[in-house]
Structures are given as structure tokens and as C-alpha cells.
Design a protein around this ligand. Structure first.
Ligand SMILES: NC(=O)c1ccc[n+]([C@@H]2O[C@H](COP(=O)([O-])OP(=O)(O)OC[C@H]3O[C@@H](n4cnc5c(N)ncnc54)[C@H](OP(=O)(O)O)[C@@H]3O)[C@@H](O)[C@H]2O)c1
Length: 295
């Protein structure tokens, strides 16, 4: 039995599709709102309704589980990233121990050896440290910037022709398509011959700067998109103004600063590139999303 968290999310939904098509293990999902699953998916899996942050739900869901896909959902409401990641993960560590789950694959971040505070990324690394003590064999997937992050600024790309992020325009930014994360997680869960704990860097094949990404986007979408470096301090202030707790907003700032300063570089140099290039992602995901935005 493999248990999948976040089956309605970017990574979780694609992972579930991969596991279903392999058809090798019974599957159980933990989902807050089962009606958000496709009917075809719901018919093929055991559904546990509730949040995977809830110890009671986890206790029920992990009974008899051999494998677990673990992902802490994004949150802007928590008081700090560190507190949030650990309080969300600790009940899972307890349940993994109690039910002696054999193999856990967790969604983390690249850059674990980075010596400076990196906000959300450091919080994900603290989560890894907890899961490594759960008694399960654990694989932490270490990713850079998700290509899917570009779906949020897509409306502005369409209306103003601007892609704005608080990142250096000329520094290569490591990226990954979520479909490649899902494929990596599926391969690990379907062939759990691994033992102990390890971190696996999961990086796409490109070495593009934000300026080069904007050029690729322009080419694929057929309309000019220019990259603009957003001011990090201004962005932090407006995040706080929108009601995000100050410490959490500063955790985002620390994450962007670490990305600007090269937190992914060491893992990037060791990673075996995954298949999906930035251009392929733009053609297969961004362009259809742009048509939806335009319609
Ligand atoms: N973005 C990046 O560049 C990047 C890089 C490295 C690592 N990461 C990590 O990747 C993860 C995000 O993955 P993703 O893009 O697949 O996420 P996503 O698409 O935003 O999906 C979030 C999932 O979490 C569920 N969810 C939300 N709040 C929940 C709650 N309180 N309790 C239970 N479930 C909840 C949602 O389900 P419903 O809303 O349907 O209930 C949904 O299935 C984060 O852990 C992040 O740190 C991101």
C-alpha cells in the first residue's frame, strides 16, 4: 500500500497518475475534499478524507502502509516557515514510526549544505532532519525553482508583457518541471529497494537566466515578454501589507535572497538532468495556460 498526500496538487496529482498507470500497488490518498479528485481516480484508490496535518487522519491513513509520499502544503498564514513545516510534519513522523512505514519520499528543496538562513528552504531542510529520524528509509527530493511558479505571473505576462520576479536577470536560475518531480517520486515508490536516508537533487536540463527564460516565453507564446527584477524589500513590504505574518514574509525574502546568491549551485553541479526542458514546458504547460488566460 502506498499513501499519497496532496493528490490534488501540482506534484501529487501527477504522481498519482504515474502510480495508477503503473498499476503495481494498492493506493490510498489523503485529501481534504474528495470531490476534488477526478471520478476515475476516486474509483481506483482508497480515499481518506481530511488533512495530512491531522494526527488522527494520519493514524488512520498510515495503517498498513509500506510507502508514503510526503509534501507539506504551501501556506502564507503560518507565523514562520520553520514552525509551520515542523508542526505540520511532526505528527507524520510519529505515525510513520508507529505504523512502521518502510519507505518515505519527501518533497524538500535543493541547497541543504547552504550555510546561510534561507527561509522556506531552510524550513524544508529542517523537515528532512525530522523525517530522517522516523525509522523509515527516506529519500528527500531536492528541487530548485518550479517552472509552475511562472503560472502565477502569467496574467501580467499576457496583459503587460512583463515577467517580474525578485531574481537577478543575468544569473542562471535552476528550474524543474513538476512532472519530472512526480516521475522521480513514482520511480522511488514503485521500486523501494533503497535503504537508509539520502537526498536526491532533481533538476531540469537548462541553465537559463531569467532574461533567457523571458526570451523563450516570448518565442513560444508569440508575444514579447520582458523580464524585470522586482525589488525584494518592496515585495516584502507589500506581502506584509496583504496580511502575511511578518516573519513568514521575511522567510520568503530570505528564500529569494538565497536563490539570488546561488543556493542551488552545488546540488545543480551533481544532479542528473531530468527530461523536461524549459522550452518543452512552455510549449506543453505555459502555452495552453496562456490560451485559458486569454479566453
Ligand atoms: N514552488 C517551488 O519552486 C518549490 C521548490 C521546491 C520545493 N517546493 C515545495 O513544493 C511543495 C508544493 O508543491 P505543489 O506545487 O505540488 O503544491 P500545490 O500544487 O500548491 O498543492 C498543494 C496541495 O496541498 C493541499 N493542501 C493545501 N493546504 C492543505 C492543508 N492545510 N492540509 C492538507 N492539504 C492541504 C492542496 O489540496 P486541496 O486544496 O485540494 O485540499 C493541494 O493538494 C511545497 O512543500 C514547497 O515547499 C516548491
Amino acid at each position: 500500500m502506498i499513501v499519497v498526500t496532496t493528490p490534488t496538487g501540482n506534484v501529487g496529482s501527477q504522481l498519482l497518475a504515474e502510480l495508477l498507470s503503473a498499476d503495481r500497488q494498492p493506493l490510498r490518498v489523503i485529501v481534504r475534499d474528495p470531490s476534488r479528485l477526478d471520478d476515475a481516480v476516486r474509483d481506483q484508490v482508497q480515499v481518506i478524507a481530511g488533512s495530512h496535518g491531522d494526527p488522527v487522519v494520519l493514524d488512520h491513513a498510515l495503517d498498513g502502509a509500506q510507502g508514503l509520499f510526503w509534501l507539506v502544503p504551501p501556506s502564507m498564514r503560518a507565523s514562520s516557515a520553520h514552525e509551520y513545516y515542523l508542526s505540520f510534519t511532526r505528527p507524520a513522523v510519529e505515525a510513520i514510526r508507529c505504523h512502521q512505514v518502510g519507505h518515505v519520499v519527501g518533497i524538500s528543496s535543493a541547497g541543504r549544505t547552504w550555510p546561510h538562513p534561507a527561509g522556506l528552504l531552510s524550513a524544508a531542510h529542517a523537515m528532512d532532519a525530522e523525517l530522517e529520524c522516523s525509522g523509515a528509509a527516506y529519500r528527500s527530493l531536492g528541487m530548485p525553482f518550479y517552472m509552475e511558479n511562472l503560472l502565477r505571473p502569467l496574467p501580467r505576462m499576457r496583459t503587460e508583457g512583463v515577467l517580474s520576479l525578485p531574481l537577478s536577470p543575468d544569473r542562471p536560475l535552476a528550474t524543474i518541471a513538476t512532472q519530472d518531480i512526480a516521475a522521480t517520486a513514482a520511480a522511488l515508490l514503485l521500486d523501494p529497494t533503497w535503504e537508509g536516508t539520502d537526498q536526491i537533487p532533481v533538476f531540469g536540463p537548462d541553465h537559463l537566466t531569467p532574461n533567457q527564460m523571458a526570451a523563450t516565453i516570448s518565442d513560444v507564446l508569440g508575444s514579447q515578454v520582458t523580464f524585470e527584477q522586482a525589488d525584494l524589500e518592496q515585495q516584502t513590504a507589500s506581502t506584509i501589507q496583504r496580511g502575511v505574518p511578518e516573519r513568514m514574509a521575511r522567510d520568503f525574502t530570505a528564500m529569494y535572497r538565497a536563490q539570488q546568491n546561488g543556493i542551488y549551485d552545488e546540488d545543480w553541479s551533481h544532479a542528473t538532468p531530468t527530461p523536461t526542458s524549459f522550452r518543452t514546458w512552455c510549449e506543453s504547460v505555459l502555452a495552453p495556460a496562456a490560451r485559458d488566460v486569454d479566453s
